[in-house]
Structure formats: C-alpha cells, structure tokens
Write a protein that binds this ligand. Structure first.
Ligand code: SF4
Length: 426
C-alpha cells in the first residue's frame, strides 16, 4: 500500500487529512538527510531544537546516564509540517527505515516519500525560541533553563532524572532524559542524590533551591517580555522524588518564585505525581497554576502496579483516581488531565477508561507507545496507525460529549493528533 493509500484509509476514521498524515509520520518515524541539513542550513544544528540521533540509557554508579559514546549526528527534535488543513508540529521519531525522509532541496526543507521519490510537504525546523540569544545575569544561556517546544509552549523541569529509575523501578516504557557522563547540567538532578548527597534528600533540596528557582524566574520573565504566539502554554514538570510532600513544596515554591499568578494569560500546567495531601492542589492554584497533569499511564490497578511500579509504590491506583477527582474540584473540568500511553494496554480498555474519567470532568491525553533501547519494553509491538486513529476519533467524540478539549494546540502538541482530529470533527 502506498503512503497516500494508507493515509486515505486512516482518514476514513479520523475525517482529517492533516491528522492522518501526522499520525503516519509519528508511527513510521522519519529518516533524516543529515548531510543535506548540516551543509545547507546556516547555524544548523546549534540554532535549532535538536537531539542526538542515538542514545543508550543505563544506571551507572547510582545515576541514570546516556552510555552511547559514538559521535552521532544531531537530528531535529520536531518539525513544523505544512499540511493541507494548516501547519502542525510533528515530533521526529528517528527511524532510518521510515518511508518518510526529511531532506533539504533547492526550494527548502521537504518531507519526501522515499519510495516514490517525490516531496509530499514542505517543512520547517523549530528555532530555539524567544529565549535564543538571551543570557541570564550569571552568564547562563536562558534557553538552557526554559525551552520553547513547537511554536508556543514554554517548558521547564523542576529537576532532572527520576527516583523511579534510581530505585530500579522505572515505568516499563520510559527512557527518561539521560545526560552523557561528561555533560554538566545547569539544572538540579537527583542523579546526585545517592552519590554526592549520600541519599540525604534535605541536603539535595537545599542545593537545588539555592540558585535554580531564581534562574527559572529570570528566564521566565525574559520569555514573557516577548511571549510565544499564538498562545503561551507553560509546563512545569518533574519526575518522582522519594517524598511527595517535599516534591510538592519544591514545585509550588518554584511557581511562586516565578510569580506565575502575575501572568493570568498563560495557559499553565503542573505535570508531576499527585500530592498525598490535596491541600497542595489549592496551593498550586494560588501560585498561578491553571491545570494539573497526573499521568496514570494505564487504566486498571493491576496494569498500573505492573507498568509503573514506583508510582504504585508511592500511591495506590484508587488514591491516584481520587486525586484526579480532587483536582477537578479545585481547577475545574478539563483542567485535571490524565496522561496514558497508548499501546500499554488493550485499546478497548483504554477507551473505556477515558470515557469513565471524562464523565468526571477529567480529560485524558495520550502519547503513542514507542519502544526505546534499554527499556524493559524494547521488544513490545507498537499499536498500528489504524488502532491509534480509531482511539483518537473516539477520544475526540468523548471530549465533545463531555465539554472537554485536547491539551495545548496543534502548534505545540508534538506527538498527539488530538488537536487536528478535534478541530476537524467539531
Ligand atoms: S515516573 Fe515518569 S519519568 Fe519516572 S520512570 Fe515513570 S514515566 Fe519515567
């Protein structure tokens, strides 16, 4: 079947051509003409959002690191693609065997059908965003503290790494963000917790709070001098700590230091494990957060215990659900969001779970499962494009029936087709 025929069969389900093409690019991945990009695009890769084309994650001496030692080329982290229904952002899942090729031609950047050798769409790289070229008072490059994803999503980490990895209980699908051993991070990392801090969380926290929240606040204030358009989404996220009370106090303090409540126009999200004490939800709201994202990853207590052993150690499935409901009380319907991994469980169970949560005002978001080297699910099969399309169409109908909507927008939601489907089905 040609790519166009495949797109048309998906479009019968999604009723959206752009969603169908985007889905094919996400599921087949993209091959990249490294030489063309490196030789023809000025300041590539340094002035664009890029990532290394290969990594191998592992735990070494108590820290989560990337053990890949080859000097592999960089690839774009994501690209804007000009679809017939409008421009969308597409995450680059790099696969050299993909039928799609991102290449530089005389008329610019294109996505090409490798088998037929003709261009399908024009594309654009994503620049480093409105913080490119801005330097903080202590000499740090501002874009290294707050990234701009796609057109209009600012994204900041509370700290790097995740206790789930360090305690040997990562979620089965997760490859996290692991630095190479030689890389010096500008953010606090709990990779240091067991080594440098001898497991002393208070000592780690004291250092984490010494400079980083002020840096974040300065970078955020610079970003808001010329805010991203057409919207300004802002996500503050973090992996797990051994103690959720400490995690919530730290994250809410960061919101307060940034002064988030002084920017009511910002569509802000706090993306962490739920707090044990629901009073923290109100504190986060008072600090300026508009929505929370608590990722169950899968529906059903047994699945959750198996797929996310550290989350399940921190919080039982039923309590997690209660916290999502509590968040609806505090933030309102559609502002308590729950992420799942599509392909981590039976599709029907995933759709039924999304329907049940939607009836309580909780919006479900998904990312499509993609096997990552070094993870326990490296050999697990991925869902087919048709399965993802059917789920997406059903989720869109669930949103519409319950007055909910997809997260962010099509210009910053990189690995989901929900905005494209939802816009074209309404
Ligand atoms: S909690 Fe999040 S960061 Fe930690 S292992 Fe699970 S998915 Fe990865």
């Amino acid at each position: 079947m040609s790519l166009r025929e495949e797109m048309l069969s998906i479009k019968e389900i999604t009723r959206s051509e752009s969603a169908s093409w985007k889905l094919l690019m996400l599921t087949h991945g993209l091959d990249v003409d490294h030489m063309g990009l490196y030789t023809n695009i000025d300041s590539y890769p340094q002035d664009y959002r890029t990532k290394r084309s290969a990594k191998k994650i592992a735990i070494r001496e108590g820290a989560l690191i990337d053990t890949e030692t080859r000097d592999v080329p960089c690839i774009p982290s994501e690209v804007f693609v000009h679809f017939p229904g409008g421009r969308s952002i597409v995450k680059v899942n790099y696969r050299p065997a993909s039928p799609f090729l991102l290449l530089y031609s005389q008329s610019g950047l294109k996505i090409v059908d490798k088998n037929l050798q003709y261009p399908i769409f024009s594309a654009e790289l994503t620049p480093l965003g409105n913080l490119n070229g801005k330097i903080l008072r202590d000499g740090v490059k501002a874009w290294k503290i707050i990234e701009c994803l796609g057109a209009d999503r600012l994204s900041a980490l509370g700290f790097e790494s995740c206790e789930a990895w360090l305690s040997g209980k990562p979620c089965k699908f997760c490859d996290s963000c692991a630095p190479r051993p030689t890389e010096q991070s500008l953010k606090p990392t709990i990779n240091d917790l067991r080594g440098k801090y001898g497991g002393n969380l208070s000592a780690w926290l004291q250092d984490a709070k010494s400079a980083y929240p002020a840096r974040l606040a300065e970078a955020f204030s610079l970003a808001m001098k010329c805010p991203p358009r057409p919207h300004t989404h802002f996500t503050l996220l973090a992996g797990n700590l051994p103690d959720m009370e400490v995690l919530w106090r730290y994250m809410v303090d960061i919101c307060a230091t940034i002064g988030l409540r002084d920017y009511p126009q910002v569509d802000s999200y706090l993306n962490v494990m739920p707090p044990m004490d629901s009073d923290w939800l109100q504190s986060a709201k008072e600090a300026g957060i508009k929505s929370v994202c608590f990722h169950l990853e899968v529906f059903g207590a047994e699945n959750y215990d198996f797929v996310c052993p550290h989350k399940s150690f921190l919080m039982d499935y039923d309590i997690f659900l209660e916290k999502l409901k509590d968040a609806v009380e505090v933030f309102g319907a559609n502002h308590s969001r729950c992420g799942i991994v599509l392909g981590a469980q039976d599709m029907r169970d995933a759709a039924n779970g999304a329907k049940k949560l939607a009836s309580m005002g909780i919006a479900v978001d998904y990312s499509v499962f993609s096997p990552k080297p070094g993870t326990p699910w490296w050999n697990r099969p991925v869902p087919s494009p048709l399965e993802v399309a059917s789920f997406g169409a059903e989720l869109s109908d669930i949103y519409i029936a319950n007055g909910l909507s997809p997260i962010y927008c099509r210009l910053s939601s990189r690995s989901s087709i929900m905005n494209e489907i939802y816009d074209d089905r309404r």
